[in-house]
Design a protein around this ligand. Structure first.
Ligand SMILES: [Zn+2]
Length: 145
């Protein structure tokens, strides 16, 4: 068996981020009223297939309100998106973004704190994403020797 087939399965995650310019309360479906503070709001999701279409949907303003993310992103469409093929779960990636988690947002199907994280600056979000990507490859050095 080659080393390649022994590698753990990678998840197809994405992160989309929208700027919320001022404090605002929005009714988010089953979550009810959620107050979003000013800042970048990064949402971590996963899509086994059709990930590009999913990201494009998040970035569209007019759409049926189906997921928690739709309620925020219909109003503030994400200006940034990143794709991650990773061993991390979406919960783990969200936790590594090092920001203020919006409780239970997007996490109806799991037990984590939430999949939406607020950060004050885009640079902080970019740095957190880079750290998460680097931490995902702890054995990279060994494998490349
Ligand atoms: Zn989760």
């Amino acid at each position: 068996m080659s080393a390649r087939t022994a590698e753990p399965e990678r998840r197809r995650l994405y992160v989309v981020a929208a700027w919320v310019p001022r404090r605002e309360t929005i009714v988010v479906g089953s979550l009810g009223a959620v107050t979003f503070a000013r800042g970048w709001h990064a949402y971590v999701g996963s899509a086994r297939r059709g990930r590009d279409a999913r990201v494009a949907r998040h970035r569209r303003a007019g759409k049926p309100l189906r997921w928690h993310a739709d309620y925020l992103f219909s109003r503030y469409p994400p200006g940034h998106a990143w794709l991650f093929d990773t061993r991390l779960s979406e919960c783990e990636l969200a936790a590594r973004l090092d920001g203020e988690v919006v409780p239970r947002f997007g996490s109806s199907d799991c037990r984590c704190g939430g999949h939406l994280v607020r950060l004050p600056r885009l640079a902080a979000l970019r740095a957190a994403l880079a750290r998460a990507a680097a931490a995902d490859e702890p054995d990279l050095e060994r494998r490349h020797r």
